[in-house]
Design a protein around this ligand. Sequence first.
Ligand code: GLN
Length: 240
Amino acid sequence: MTNREITIVHLYPEKMNIYGDNGNVLVLKRRLEWHGYEPHVIDYNVGDAFPEHVDILVGGGGQDSGQISIHDDLMKVGPRLQELADHDTPMLLVCGLYQLFGKFFKTADGTNLKGIGIFDIETHATNERLIGNVISHNDTFGDIIGYENHSGQTYLGERAQPFARVKKGAGNNSQDKHEGARYRNVIGTYLHGSLLPKNPRIADFMIEIAVRKRYGDFSPQVIDDLFADLARDVASQRPR
Ligand code: GLN
């Protein structure tokens, strides 16, 4: 294999990037290097030409105002994102972009922000802010540790699969104990923190899919996750 490049597209880093969500891109980049690949990160912001080639796509959270400012552009690139999702591209969308990958987000002033509908979910602003440390569980990834801060509450439609089940905290809403959603290799989650430094299994899952899709096989290196494990221990013992 001569070419080992993997392209990560970071969706709207200027407007959608809070509570350290940028750390997800840093982790993917560094772990790709540790596995012997050459990451190439493209920032995609409002008005940019959408990249020709995408191996991994990552997007973060933002205030309602950030969501409103990227909304028109997201509607334009939505069909391309749907096509990538349907072709099994690994993607991670946190909080504000998770909401807009769904059917709609109804904001506190009643505005109905249409989403791109990759997830069969809907989100409604509430007066209750769900804030604090979260532990959720997924059969593939085990315990997932992160931090949530959102007033939008999300409900899954019939075609949506939850990403994880909440053990501590709220997750999608204050009722059903679902956290996030999953469509093919697209993961939507409320968890900041950032997520991937404390959940490297999710990062390696995304990397493995991207590398196999592009190059046919993947031979991972053994990575020493001592610090990630220590961070997981500390974070999981924090009070809500
Ligand atoms: N503005 C959205 C909410 O509060 C998203 C917040 C976020 O991305 N953390 O529901």
